[in-house]
Design a protein around this ligand. Structure first.
Ligand code: NAD
Length: 411
């Protein structure tokens, strides 16, 4: 009970089938007059969601400027181009809030633009520190995937085009003002997007459950840290999310029209974010950023291929938690270490059943890439510092070698 608790609540969350129809009245209730809707060509061109939302907003006295140029894994260049395009439009100085519609990519782009449009500065002015000239514009985030949880987290993750690494604009004031989670919006996700995003949610839940305790977490001299280690509140959410992912993820993948499973995964994604959104992440995401830099594969798939091997490497330090994860998967027994090892195999089996390679070799990585993966993963120091093992260099090397050969200790 002695751990410090630093838990950042989202200010408003609405999760409901059809919740998108409550966005306009909610925006009106805030007295807002002009929205910037950030989305992509799929939602603007192939669905009626944007048209309906713009109509609803107009009916509530709110003008809406639409930016539909969102792309998967947005870059800092895209953010600056989008900002220039929007701010050049007549009347754009009246924009008083943003609405993000899409997966984590569009939400992250909108988060960054809530600063760049407000202050008319390039996004580089906001990367890596929180000494911003003031608060971002308020953001309403409407996720269309169940995975990233970006609708309640403090980060916007953007690709740096020069070196393919991801940089973060990060600060508690970047947490969206409202998260409107409508599981109906996820029904059109193809199975590949469902599986990759869903594995991202499972990673968030497991990784944040296993991370450093808040008592040991190095927050430095930051008085308002975005991430500050696990505590009794975050672990409650993590545990609940893992159970929901085990129950619902594969069902969503195999039966995309299963509304109960889609709602289950919407909850799983939110609950995982309520955990990692304060506790933070470490080895899976750190190494996955490096893997994405080499392969340009989707965020969720790069996490998924590494997750079982990170869990496996952490068995000596997080035996009880991993044994609990095995129990959530329906396993029984009294040997905690055996259960923990079985949890790793269970997750690896799930990954492959979801059509994601179970090792780095099958992911297209060669033996010559391994040192670079370790080095680039360690370079993401904000994540490496949270890894709950005595020697992070050594454990990252073990994880990468075992993930390459597909070897778990329990095999
Ligand atoms: N800020 C954070 O806290 C955070 C956390 C995790 C991940 N991320 C970022 O989120 C991104 C990944 O997000 P994602 O997994 O949600 O995928 P995504 O947003 O990149 O979308 C992937 C593809 O799926 C399509 N898509 C999305 N929703 C759809 C739907 N309902 N129907 C049909 N197609 C749909 C998109 O148009 C896109 O082509 C990465 O860039 C990652 O870095 C951010």
């Amino acid at each position: 009970m002695e751990n410090p608790l630093y838990f950042c609540m989202p200010s408003r969350v609405l999760l409901e089938m059809g919740a998108r129809r409550r966005v306009a009245p909610l925006c009106q209730s805030q007295g807002w007059r002009h929205a910037l809707l950030v989305t992509d060509a799929f939602f603007a061109g192939q669905t009626s969601v944007v048209r309906d939302l713009v109509g609803d907003l107009a009916a509530h006295g709110i003008a809406c400027t639409v930016y539909a140029g969102g792309q998967p894994d947005p870059s800092t260049t895209l953010c600056d181009q989008a900002t220039t395009e929007i701010t050049a439009k007549a009347g754009s100085d009246g924009i008083d809030h943003l609405i993000a519609l899409g997966g984590g990519s569009n939400i992250d782009l909108a988060k960054a633009m809530s600063l760049t449009v407000r202050f008319r500065l390039p996004v580089a002015s906001f990367v890596g520190h929180t000494r911003w000239p003031g608060l971002p514009l308020p953001l309403v985030a409407m996720p269309t995937t169940s995975g990233t949880g970006s609708e309640i987290t403090p980060g916007s993750i953007l690709v740096h085009p020069e070196n393919s690494t991801k940089v973060a604009v990060m600060g508690n004031s970047l947490r969206p003002f409202m998260a409107i989670i409508d599981p109906e919006l996820t029904m059109s996700c193809p199975p590949r997007v469902t599986a990759d995003a869903g594995m991202d949610a499972l990673c968030h839940a497991i990784e944040s459950w296993l991370t450093k305790d808040s008592a040991d977490f190095p927050v430095g001299d930051d008085p308002d840290p975005g991430y500050s280690g696990r505590n009794r509140v975050t672990t409650l959410f993590a545990r609940e999310s893992v159970g929901l992912c085990f129950t619902h993820l594969e069902r969503c993948y195999r039966t995309p029209e299963d509304t109960a499973a889609r709602t289950g995964m919407a909850y799983a994604s939110l609950l995982a974010a309520l955990s990692y959104g304060s506790a933070g992440l470490h080895a899976v995401h750190g190494l996955a950023y490096a893997l994405a830099g080499l392969t340009h594969a989707s965020h969720g798939s790069t996490n998924a291929v590494l997750l079982p091997y990170v869990m496996d490497a952490l068995v000596p330090y997080r035996t009880d938690e991993l044994a609990d994860i095995a129990r959530l998967a329906g396993m029984t027994g009294h040997d905690e270490t055996r259960l923990a090892r079985n949890a790793c195999a269970h997750v690896r089996d799930l990954v492959t059943r979801l059509g994601i390679p179970g090792n780095l070799k099958d992911f297209g990585i060669g033996p010559g890439d391994l040192p670079r993966l370790v080095q680039d993963g360690l370079a993401v120091t904000r994540l490496a510092k949270a890894c709950p093992a005595p020697s992070v260099d050594a454990i990252y090397a073990d994880i990468v070698n075992n993930a390459f050969s597909g070897r778990l200790a329990g095999d």
